[in-house]
Write a protein that binds this ligand. Sequence first.
Ligand code: KG4
Ligand code: ZN
Length: 334
Amino acid sequence: MSYILAIESSCDDTSAAVMHDDCMLSNVIASQKVHEQYGGVVPELASRAHQQNILPVVDTALRQAGIDKSQLDAVAFTRGPGLLGSLLVGVSFAKGFAQALGIPLIEVNHLQAHVLSHFIRTDSSSTTPSFPFLCLLVSGGHTQIILLRSHFEMEILGQTIDDAAGEAIDKAAKIMDLGYPGGPVIDRLAREGNPDAFTFATPNIKGYDYSFSGIKTSFLYYLRDRLAEQPDFIEVHKADLCASIQKCIMEFLLKKFEKAALANRISQVAIAGGVSANSYLRNGLQRIADKHHWKAFIPPFTFCTDNAAMVGIAGYYKYLRHEYADISLPPFTN
Ligand code: KG4
Ligand code: ZN
């Protein structure tokens, strides 16, 4: 039996969680609103906000879990990839905390953590995937089709060769002046729109790889031409544009993912990462799972975007293997 404190600070969310084995006791997330006015994450501001948030977030996570820090068995932290200044805050805090308590440190890869979020138990009825299963990891920084044979045996079958899916959505939102992050706004506006109103071409990329920079460019050029004829084109067609670009990106993601699952004779499929909060993608995954009689794992919203519980579950599986990190370990950005 173990109690693990987990810390996540790779981008613009400061988060701390307490795990009791694979059960989540608390998962506190402080999101940073400061970046909205800049249309993207400002690294310098992110690290300063982490510095302010980390102590209250950890304190709240321990209180909500109802345990004292003396009961902790290990501290897990996100080592990377992420923004260096942001990571340094979490990594340094974790090291100091573990050292002061005389307990082991566990380093966690942020991407593995997103995928392993499917194993977090929130109550006794939680069902988790069995191996092998295929996971589509889609976030602001990554787009990968990952085949999992065990908790730590992950094979990347395909990935983006340029922009990440979340980045493409955020850029489409920026073109329409919808603010940052654009994903949730596009998702919301798309509900009122017609997904077949406009079509945007998707590229032909070999194997299970993706590319999103062409979709973004064709969206940009299409709007530039329409705006020249009708200055309020975006305003008038906003919902249809959101629904159409969302469908284009999500169908592209789903089509390759389905192909990869069929080729690898997979019957359990999952999505993870910030973009897995998208309603079209969630419904789409369920749709293809139903079609092939697969079991779909769609994460609760709190486990889609960055959170420490996913770091905690990855940390727990490493704890079972006594995979501890050295105090001198630096963060990594890529
Ligand atoms: O995993 P995440 O929180 O951070 C990274 O590790 O990148 O993902 C953030 C990304 C952003 O691009 C954001 O726009 C996108 O996830 N996102 C969404 C939705 N919610 C967040 N994209 C589409 N639909 C959503 N509902
Ligand atoms: Zn992430």
